[in-house]
Design a protein around this ligand. Structure first.
Ligand code: UFG
Length: 336
């Protein structure tokens, strides 16, 4: 029988791409999303991509009654938990909201899973749990820390999962630490679509390319990196989605949890990403060097070897594909 996977936050950026990848791999999937950072038309677009009806429950992951109804209605064999707030800067101003949604949300989900006898969970974590990495590329064994309330919640969730799993032999958890996801599905129907101000690099560059912002503000030109700008490990969201499928499959096959980085192992600077996006758009996009952003670090790059050894996961798509697919999605949406 086909296994049904519940995707909390399944209409969001990473969730929607993972929905497509899970369906393509033969899993059934149900979405729970409150659409606070997802467009209403994402389920329709997922139906176009997958050619099948998409089942969506609208609501909050903290809603115990709703979770109980979802588990009663579907035979959920596993959960991928994306639903969370994720803007590091905003989290400094709204720490309680981040703790409530991210930590309380996880606790509510774990209780509902236990009540329903569902013991397989893939959790969306982040390279943010490494704080300021001392060793690069950063392995999963690196010390953990946090630099803002968002990072605190992701670390707290990892620790909660460790405690709960240690006490419950029926629970196996995969923790996936994402580096910097960018790009969009090849159909250009789904992609990164921030509801408000674009905080991340590629969505901001996209706004410059659309003519909505005059220039990219490069946060610091004096970092100790090859060109003075911040270096990150950008991973194509379709590669990231595939990583979830491999992780879930291993979790189901072995019944054992794992913690892995999902990155490429290659770093690109802000100016290198701007150049790649300029190639995708076909003209040079303007930038200005601005002051450093508080809380930023010079360089974060994944050691991807554990994901390769454990899951057979290797990122395949490079920055030109990331930028071209982002631009295809963004320009298509703007022209509608
Ligand atoms: N940057 C700019 N200008 C911008 C936006 C970003 O120069 O307008 C630079 C940043 O200074 C940084 C790089 O582009 O050097 C990437 O910045 P992002 O905001 O896109 O991503 P971060 O690496 O800061 O943060 C991301 C996620 C976080 C997560 C973190 C984990 O957004 O949620 O990775 O490493 F915690």
């Amino acid at each position: 029988m086909t296994l049904t996977v519940l995707l909390t936050g399944g209409a969001g950026y990473i969730g929607s791409h993972t929905f497509v990848a899970l369906r393509a791999a033969g899993y059934d999937a149900v979405i729970l999303d409150d659409f606070s950072n997802a467009r209403q038309d994402v389920p329709d677009r997922l139906e176009v991509i997958t050619g099948a009806p998409v089942r969506v429950h609208r609501g909050d992951v903290r809603d115990a009654g709703l979770l109980a109804r979802i588990f009663a209605e579907h035979r959920i064999g596993a959960v991928v938990h994306f639903a969370a707030l994720k803007a590091a800067g905003e989290s400094v101003r709204r720490p309680l909201d981040y703790i409530d949604v991210n930590v309380t949300g996880l606790v509510a989900l774990l209780k509902a899973m236990r009540a329903a006898g569902c013991g397989r969970l893939v959790f969306s974590s982040s390279a943010t749990v490494y704080g300021t990495p001392e060793v690069l590329p950063v392995p999963e064994t690196a010390p953990r820390g946090y630099a803002n309330p968002y990072g605190f919640t992701k670390l707290a969730c990892e620790q909660i999962l460790e405690q709960v799993a240690a006490a419950d032999p029926g629970l196996a958890v995969a923790v996936l630490r994402y580096f910097n996801p960018v790009g969009a599905h090849a159909s250009a129907l789904i992609g990164e679509d921030p509801q408000d101000f674009p905080n991340n690099l590629v969505p901001y560059i996209a706004e410059v390319a659309l003519g909505r912002r005059p220039a990219l503000n490069v946060f610091g030109g004096d970092w100790p990196t090859r060109d003075g700008t911040g270096v990150r490990d950008y991973i194509h969201v379709e590669d990231l989605a595939r990583g979830h499928v491999l992780s879930l499959t291993r979790l189901l096959e072995t019944g054992e949890g794992h913690t892995v980085n999902l990155g490429t192992g290659r770093g690109y600077s802000v100016l290198e990403m701007l150049a790649a996006y300029s190639r995708a758009v076909g003209r040079e996009l303007p930038h200005v060097i601005a002051p450093r952003r508080p809380g930023d670090v010079a360089e974060v790059v994944a050691d991807p070897s554990r994901a390769a050894a454990l899951l057979g996961f290797r990122a395949e798509k490079g920055v030109d594909e990331m930028c071209a697919s982002s631009w295809a999605f963004v320009s298509r949406r703007a022209n509608r």
